[in-house]
Design a protein around this ligand. Structure first.
Ligand SMILES: [Zn+2]
Length: 316
């Protein structure tokens, strides 16, 4: 090694602790394990907007993932031969309409897994938005600012916000509901692909799952995803949640892939009966409980985590 190289190496060694301390300040804990290893096995589809990562998770099914915000929300574009369903529109931080236009030329109808702010942010960009006929849905469709602003508080963003994004004016924009749907409603996308709406109230009154029976796909929204499941807000009903997860678990034998709305887009169907067991056991006081502050506690059991109100609301 030359003297010059040695000097350069010495300078680098001296600088490293300074750099890593500075970086440690900027990187929130939640994004340190990213990219999650499960994504390695998935086929990534290039899109021009760096806010999103797109993965093809089944034939003509695209997971549109937002890894730069703590919710790690996943929306799904499900394409048939005539039209496509966009199951959720994400945070409304990046331009999801531009992404979907790069993935299909077919007309797109939006349908939300439920109307929490992190799933409806791009609704306003689409002419056709189907919705559940609940008071909760109609109130959320008027738009709101508080929940959206909380999503960009310090520690919530990892990396860069999109160019042109205005944190000051960030809010969930209102949208128009074109058609009300209900449990059992079927959307024919063409080419033998049909999606059936399954009402799964609990997480919110308007939560739905979608099943694509021909392809064995079950989209679960926030009723199941592989991260702490939020069940603490006033709009959550734990009794209804248990009924709904039992209903989904009963479908497990017909399903090949479970696709949730946060963190990782693919799970095995046997997760559903295990979820039923876990939430029921947690409600009888089993599992590990850790306070999460602000009136919430994380309950952990058999690999599942539930974020419940403290003292736990709805415990038997
Ligand atoms: Zn939610």
């Amino acid at each position: 090694m030359s003297f010059g190289k040695r000097l350069a190496r010495l300078a680098l060694v001296c600088l490293l602790p300074v750099l890593s301390m500075a970086e440690a300040k900027e990187i929130p804990d939640w994004c340190k394990p990213l990219p999650r290893p499960e994504y390695k096995a998935l086929l990534r589809i290039p899109v021009t907007d760096p806010w999103f990562e797109v993965y093809k998770v089944a034939p003509e099914v695209f997971a549109i993932y937002e890894p730069h915000q703590a919710e790690e929300t996943i929306s799904y574009l499900i394409v048939g031969t005539k039209q496509a369903i966009l199951f959720d529109t994400g945070m409304g931080i990046g331009n999801i309409q531009k992404v979907t236009a790069q993935l299909t030329r077919h007309p797109i109808v939006v349908l939300n897994s439920h109307t929490h702010d992190d799933h409806v942010g791009g609704n306003w960009q689409f002419p056709y938005v189907y919705g559940m006929d609940t008071a909760f849905t109609k109130t959320n469709a008027k738009g709101s600012r508080a929940d959206a602003q909380a999503e960009i508080e310090p520690g919530q963003i990892c990396g860069e916000l999109p160019k042109g994004f205005s944190p000051k004016t960030y809010a969930t924009k209102p949208w128009h509901i074109s058609l009300f749907v209900r449990d059992g409603f079927i959307i024919n996308l063409g080419g033998g692909r049909k999606l059936q709406v399954i009402a799964v109230p609990g997480h919110t009154p308007d939560s739905i799952a979608l099943i694509d029976q021909a392809n064995g796909l079950l989209f679960t929204g926030d009723t199941y995803y592989p991260a702490p499941i939020w069940l603490y807000r006033p709009e959550t009903n734990l009794d209804e949640y248990v009924v709904s997860v039992k209903r989904l678990a009963a479908l497990a034998p017909q399903v090949k892939l479970v696709l949730g709305a946060h963190n990782i887009p693919v799970a095995e169907p046997d997760v559903l009966p295990r979820l039923v067991e876990a939430i029921q056991a947690v409600r009888t006081g089993k599992g590990d409980v850790k306070s999460a502050g602000a009136g919430k506690a994380i309950h952990t059991l058999n690999g599942f985590k539930f974020l419940l109100a403290e003292p736990a609301k709805g415990l038997d």
